[in-house]
Ligand binder design. Structure first.
Ligand SMILES: *[C@@H]1O[C@H](CO)[C@@H](O)[C@H](O)[C@H]1NC(C)=O
Length: 725
């Protein structure tokens, strides 16, 4: 008795020591590795083949070390294909909350659902495409084109997912910025932009101990990402000291020895998407036998996979896989109370762009018109099209592998109707996008809300002529004409937009009768409920744009590239491009109105670094890069009349001794909720890397000497406090 108890206590301590501790996890992995044959090792690093296993990706097992076949499953906003899961707001919508607490809660809630269904690896979150090209099809899966912001969002999401006991997978690594030709095109970027823009959020992911990273379909400097020594070995494993494993995007492997020696650790789905041809499997075994792939390299792959599994604590009591990816409709209810966080994000991710004379919030209007197909449910149900590959009815996520089955989708009309019934408001409706029926409905009402949208997704599905990437930045379904027609006849026209990303607003934004514009993003299953919270003022709008909305498509300075992409814009995407070239955007990065106003006072900026040390290598790069070296503080006052939340933003301009750098770069943000009349301090902590640039000659981060410019404000252009440091 005594000794059994003692032993189980010891093993509990051993488990605790492995979980959350890379050194202990590697010790366990090394011990387990010694018990594996090369056959078993090759089985662990090679997927079992397309559709061979319950999940979208499956590995071999090793029962003698208690290692079950790993289940890898899409995607970044929930468990793909299974029923009984939550359809969370998309990454870009979580981003527009600018709320790190909500972003972490979303990660945790997603992780709990993956775990309950027995998934070992969630294929998300996404930092690439980061969104340098507004029309790119999959930007909505990620967190927007600012690397600092995306880094924080990746970190919080990964911490949440992994706290639930699920391995996160940061993807798609790297320079995978569009869908067109993604499997063949080559991207090249200068070394500074690579470090300061594209690699940056992956560095934060590694710092947050992400278990795995997915290499992308494209080539970098002519070499496929999944066999690219420079990006896998040099940048990720050497420079960032990534201790986890690299897996391929599905079918992104193109070689046996080259990929193995360049740093790939796991091939997915194993064969070429069902063709039965495996680059690895027996071929990798032969390569190891012949010496063209060193035995140590195979052992390193396995150690990385096992160490991540121990690190997350999946070696003990992991749930069985509870669904079959290839049998639609399988699964079980794992939603718990996650609708609460889904609704909070749906609500707080909404950005108010225009509001003339307090047109919003609505105050029990006598009559109200609801116009546009985007306000109404898809008559065939929210999951009518496979992988959401159509744009019918209200839009709440894009299309492709980054989707889930909706358990339900609250359409705006349905949620508004509930409120209208309670208020005694008479609704007139036009559930299509035809101008004749729209003007009829709008003429009959005091206020008209017109809904428009724009969709995009992954390249394997074409929707209304858009092969993943959008063909242009206009609203779909003649949205511009629809708004104009309504505004012709209704003096209180409110526009609500559901969109995967930036659209052009110029054809209606300045119309006098367009009194309010609400950017409702991609809100997931709680769409209508979150919108009603904002439209009726139960919550003041508190989201901010995670990208810049320009006046023309050309103003953005980037577009889908027909061949290879040499990234001529370098560091200057989104607001950095607008600032550098002094282009007036329509709505800048970080912009968003409220029903109240905020005053900014009392800026302080203090450089506190005392010991600019080298730091030791650690996940994410030298520890010194993450040391806190400066603090900026300010005071925010709600000087309006209702409770509201403000996202205070810190931008830094580097000293003149630095090479050409964006005028201002986001380096901090904090959301504070304040009652009318209340004040609160905000404090931004700057890490060494936040004040540094990548010195291409020295191949190191350098903190320039001289005067740093410090800007605190309500957006990237609405700067309220300026100082130096
Ligand atoms: C609130 O503060 C803002 C920013 O300083 C200012 O423009 C505005 O006039 C103030 N409003 C009131 C009611 O004091």
């Amino acid at each position: 008795m005594y000794s059994a108890l003692f032993l189980s206590l010891l093993s509990a301590i051993a488990v605790a020591a492995q979980k959350g501790d890379w050194t202990a996890a590697y010790d366990s992995a090394t011990g387990a590795l010694a018990q594996l044959t090369n056959d078993q090792k090759v089985g662990i690093v090679t997927g079992t083949g397309w559709m061979n296993g319950n999940c979208v990706g499956n590995t071999g097992d090793a029962p003698n070390i208690g290692f079950r076949s790993l289940c890898l499953q899409d995607g970044p906003l929930g468990v793909r294909t299974a029923t009984g899961v939550t359809a969370f707001p998309a990454g870009i919508h979580a981003a527009s909350t600018w709320d790190v607490e909500l972003i972490r809660q979303r990660g945790l809630a997603m992780g709990e659902e993956f775990r309950a269904l027995g998934v070992n690896v969630q294929l998300g979150p996404v930092a690439g495409a980061i969104g340098k090209i507004p029309a790119a099809g999959r930007n909505w899966e990620a967190f927007g084109p600012d690397p600092y912001f995306t880094g924080i969002a990746m970190q919080e999401t990964i911490i949440g997912i992994q706290e639930a006991g699920v391995q996160a997978c940061a993807k798609h690594y790297i320079l995978n910025e569009q869908e067109l030709n993604r499997g063949s095109m080559s991207s090249s970027v200068d070394d500074r932009a690579m470090h300061e823009l594209y690699l940056w959020p992956f560095a934060d992911s590694v710092k947050a101990n992400v278990a795995s990273i997915m290499c992308s379909y494209n080539r970098i400097d002519g070499v496929y990402a999944c066999e690219n020594d420079a990006v896998l070995n040099s940048l990720l494993k050497d420079e960032l000291s990534f201790p986890g494993y690299v897996l391929t995007d599905w079918g992104a492997q193109h070689s046996n020895e080259n990929s193995a020696n360049a740093g790939l650790d796991m091939a997915m789905p194993g064969d070429g998407m069902g063709d039965g041809n495996y680059y690895w499997g027996p071929n990798l075994l032969n390569a190891v036998d012949s010496g063209s792939v060193p035995q140590e390299r195979l052992d390193d792959m396995v150690k990385r996979i096992l160490a991540s599994w121990y690190y997350i604590g999946q070696d003990k009591d992991y749930p069985e896989v509870g669904f079959d990816n290839w049998q639609p409709g399988t699964g079980k209810d794992v939603q718990g109370d996650h609708a609460t966080v889904a609704r909070a994000i749906a609500r707080d991710g909404i950005v108010l762009l225009k509001n003339v004379d307090n047109a919003l919030p609505l105050n029990k209007p006598a009559t109200l018109a609801i116009i546009g197909s985007d306000a109404f449910p898809n008559p065939d149900g929210p999951n009518a099209c496979v992988d959401r590959g159509c744009n019918v009815g209200t839009l709440a996520m894009g299309w492709g592998s980054g989707t889930v089955e909706f358990p339900y989708l609250i359409a705006p009309h349905d949620a508004i109707k509930e409120r209208a019934d309670a208020d005694g408001t008479v609704l007139t409706t036009s559930p299509n996008d035809e101008t004749a029926s729209a003007t009829a409905a709008a003429t009959a009402a005091e206020t008209a809300i017109v809904f428009i949208n724009a969709d995009s997704g992954e390249e394997y599905i074409t929707v209304e002529g858009n092969a993943g990437d959008r063909n242009d930045l206009n609203a779909w379904h003649n949205g511009n004409e629809l708004v104009q027609a309504v505004a012709e006849v209704n003096a209180k026209t409110i526009v609500v937009i559901h969109s995967v990303g930036q659209i052009l607003l110029e054809s209606f934004i300045e119309l006098e009768n367009v009194v309010a514009v609400v950017w409702a993003g991609l809100p997931g299953q709680e769409s209508g409920n979150g919108l009603v919270d904002i439209l009726y003022g139960d919550t003041a709008p508190n989201g901010k744009l995670p990208y810049t909305i320009g006046k023309t498509a050309e103003d953005h300075g980037t577009a889908i590239v027909p061949g290879d992409d040499s990234y001529p814009e370098g560091l200057f995407i989104d607001y950095r491009h607008y600032d550098k070239n002094e282009i007036e955007p329509r709505f800048e990065f970080g912009f968003g109105l409220s029903y109240t106003t905020f005053d900014y006072t009392e800026l302080t900026a203090t450089y506190t670094d005392k010991s600019p040390g080298e730091g030791s290598p650690a996940p994410g790069g030298p520890t010194s890069l993450y040391d806190e070296v400066a603090t900026v503080t300010a005071t925010i006052t709600n000087n309006g009349t209702v409770t509201g939340a403000e996202v205070a933003q810190l931008y830094i301009g580097l000293p003149e001794s630095a090479p050409e750098t964006p005028v201002r770069q986001l380096r901090g943000f904090q959301k504070v909720s304040l009652e009318a009349g209340a004040s609160a301090p905000v404090s931004f902590s700057l890490r060494r890397k936040d004040l540094s640039y990548w010195d291409t000659e020295a191949q190191a981060w350098v903190t320039p000497t001289g005067e740093f410019k410090v800007y605190v404000g309500a957006s990237s252009r609405d700067i309220r406090l300026t100082g130096t440091m």
